[in-house]
Write a protein that binds this ligand. Structure first.
Ligand code: TYM
Length: 327
């Protein structure tokens, strides 16, 4: 299968990004043709400091490699290096009804937060996402739950384009994990863990052991003392159980059994120890790669080259179908 997915460079990567998406990318690259990118074009839908954005984009490529993405097994690139993506997004914007974009919950949330400063890019965001995916004729898109609505719009865009201009795009499938598709905030377990929220609500992949222990210790749990999985009644402890289960690679039931009669404090300590141990190799690898500038630049160049060649083929076909004069 051909697989495509992206992640924004802003904020710091947290365990939600890892468990909901990146963890699957690492597995998928072993068996499929994968294209993964850092979505800097999407990032500028909110104001960014240009120098900080450059730094963050580079840092995120390093993080992805440190986590296990390998350039021998996948194509890793920076979204803005592929000029065809905004071109295709523009074409998609002309076949997408305004009403459909207005229904996007992420747009509504961000618009409410930014009030009068909301820009048109925020509104068109899903058409760019559709272009990112369809440009590579992706069959599967591994994402967390919060991207499902955008994926549905992408599928509709592909259908609409095919109907109007002839069969061109495959209809991609969202690949959402059964467990971990929505890791919740540590301080408010009714909401998803989010890069734009205060740092004590998230475990960052690059957090030092001390920070991990403090955050887990302070994580909001629910009334009672029994470590049991009940997302509706006990969202806090169920979220921590999910995290434990995924990092330890054992089922939630087994985690429950392991901590039966042990209480929240023992469970939290064990979870913090587990996270410290599991994230340690990543911190080490990141530090090692951070000083290898030339190597990382080469990865980015190679990624752009490979992604461009696929993107150019698709756009040549699209331009002809839409009716752009080619000379
Ligand atoms: P972004 O950068 O917000 O998130 C990257 C990936 O992490 C997942 N995720 C989570 N999963 C579980 N629990 C959480 N708390 C959590 N928070 C984030 C997201 O679902 C996502 O899979 N618009 C996208 C980037 C993008 C993209 C694309 C993705 C641009 N073009 C094309 C797929 C295909 C975004 O902002 O993701």
């Amino acid at each position: 299968m051909r697989i495509v997915s992206g992640i924004q460079p802003t904020g710091k990567y947290h365990i939600g990004n890892y468990l909901g998406a990146i963890r699957h990318w690492i597995k998928l690259q072993e068996e499929h043709e994968c294209f993964f990118f850092v979505a800097d074009l999407h990032a500028i839908t909110l104001p960014q400091d240009p120098e900080e954005l450059k730094k963050a984009t580079l840092q995120k490529i390093i993080e992805l490699v440190a986590l296990g993405l390998s350039t021998e097994r996948c194509c890793l690139f920076v979204q803005s290096h592929i000029q065809e993506a905004p071109e295709l997004a523009w074409i998609f914007s002309t076949i997408t009804p305004i009403g459909e974009l207005e229904r996007m919950t992420q747009y509504k949330d961000k618009k409410n937060k930014t009030k009068d400063s909301a820009n048109a890019g925020l509104f068109l965001y899903p058409t760019l996402m559709a272009a990112d995916i369809l440009l590579y004729k992706a069959e599967g898109v591994p994402v967390g739950q919060d991207q499902l609505q955008h994926l549905e719009l992408t599928r509709e865009t592909a259908r609409r384009f095919n109907k109007r201009f002839g069969e061109t795009f495959l209809i991609p499938k969202a690949m959402v994990p059964e467990l971990g598709a929505k890791i919740l905030s540590l301080t408010d377990p009714k909401r998803k863990m989010s890069k734009s929220d205060p740092l004590d609500s998230q475990i960052l992949l690059l957090d030092e052991p001390d920070a991990i222990r403090k955050k887990i210790f302070r994580a909001v749990t629910d009334r009672g003392t029994v470590v049991s999985y009940d997302p509706a009644k006990k969202p806090g402890i169920s979220n921590l159980l999910t995290v434990y289960s995924l990092f330890a690679e054992i089922s939630v039931k087994e985690v429950e059994r392991k901590f039966a009669k042990k209480g929240y404090a023992v469970f939290k300590k064990a979870l913090a120890d587990l996270l410290v141990r599991k994230l340690e190799p990543f911190r080490r690898k990141y530090a090692e790669l951070a000083s290898r500038d030339v190597y990382v630049q080469e990865i980015i160049k190679q990624g752009a080259k490979r992604a461009s060649s696929v993107a150019q083929d698709t756009m040549e076909e699209v331009r002809g179908k839409v009716g752009f004069l080619q000379v």
